[in-house]
Design a protein around this ligand. Structure first.
Ligand code: 5RP
Length: 229
C-alpha cells in the first residue's frame, strides 16, 4: 500500500462516522482532501451534510466536488470535524499546521462535538516535536514576538532553529493574513506547558499544538486501519 492509499484508507474509516444530516468541520491537507473526495461521492449518492471548511484551499475543493458548504458563523456548532495531522501521540495530542491552516482548524475543531484525526502510521510519535511546530504570528512586531517565543522555549529547556515560513519569493501568508514561524525543537516533552506559555504571548495568534481536542484518531498502515482513542 503506498502513502496515498493509506490516506484513503484512513479517510474511508473516518467516513463511517459521518451520518446523514451532520454538520461537519472539514480539514486541510492531502489526507483531508482524500476525505473530501470520498465525502463528495456520498453526497452525490444522497447523503445530506453541511460542511464548514478549515481553509480556502479546502473550500475550493469542496465547491469543485459539490460538497455543500456553510460558514462557521452560519453553523457555529458542529457535530464532527475530520482533519489530518502532522504528528499524533498516544494521548491524541497533535502537531498541526503543516499546511498553514492551524488557526481555522483549531477554531473549527473546538466548535465541534468531536474531532477525528486521519493519518498514516508515519505521523504517530512517542513524543511530539520532530515535526517543526507551526506558530502563527501577527506580522506586526514579528521580531519581538519571535524573541518572546525564544524566551519561552529557553525557559522550558527547548532549543532549535525558528524559521519564518517562505512561499515562492516571499513569506507564506495564512488565510487570516498572518505569518508562520516554524520552530524545530526536535522534542517537546511538555507540550501542555509550551502550549499555555505560547498562548500568553500577545503576538502569537495560535500554534499547532492541539491538546485535548481530538477524540479519536484513525491511523492507516500497510496492514489496514487502527484507531487511537
Ligand atoms: C494543515 C494541517 C494538515 O492536516 C497537516 O499538515 C497534515 O497534512 P497531510 O495530510 O497533507 O500530511 O494541519 O494545516
Amino acid at each position: 500500500m503506498d502513502a496515498r492509499q493509506m490516506k484513503i484508507k484512513a479517510a474511508e474509516a473516518a467516513l463511517a462516522h459521518v451520518e446523514d444530516g451532520m454538520r461537519l468541520g472539514i480539514g486541510t491537507g492531502s489526507t483531508a482532501e482524500e476525505f473530501v473526495r470520498l465525502l463528495a461521492e456520498k453526497v452525490a449518492g444522497g447523503l445530506r451534510v453541511e460542511g464548514v471548511p478549515t481553509s480556502e484551499r479546502t473550500a475550493r475543493l469542496c465547491v469543485e466536488l459539490g460538497v455543500p458548504l456553510k460558514s462557521l458563523d452560519e453553523l457555529p456548532h458542529l457535530d464532527l470535524t475530520i482533519d489530518g495531522a502532522d504528528e499524533v501521540d498516544a494521548n491524541l495530542a497533535l502537531i498541526k499546521g503543516g499546511g498553514g491552516a492551524l488557526l481555522r482548524e483549531k477554531i473549527v475543531a473546538c466548535a465541534s462535538d468531536r474531532m477525528i484525526v486521519i493519518a498514516d502510521e508515519s505521523k504517530v510519535v512517542e513524543t511530539l516535536g520532530a515535526f517543526p511546530l507551526p506558530i502563527e504570528i501577527n506580522p506586526f512586531g514579528q521580531a519581538a514576538t519571535r524573541l518572546a517565543v525564544e524566551k519561552v522555549a529557553a525557559r522550558l529547556g527547548l532549543s532549535g532553529s525558528m524559521d519564518l515560513r517562505a512561499s515562492g519569493d516571499g513569506l507564506f501568508m495564512t488565510d487570516g493574513g498572518h505569518l508562520i514561524l516554524d520552530a524545530s525543537f526536535g522534542r517537546i516533552p511538555d507540550a501542555e506547558a509550551l502550549s499555555s506559555e505560547l498562548n500568553s504571548i500577545p503576538g502569537v495568534v495560535e500554534h499547532g499544538l492541539f491538546i485535548n481536542i481530538a477524540s479519536l484518531a484513525v491511523i492507516a498502515g500497510p496492514a489496514g486501519a487502527r484507531t487511537l482513542q
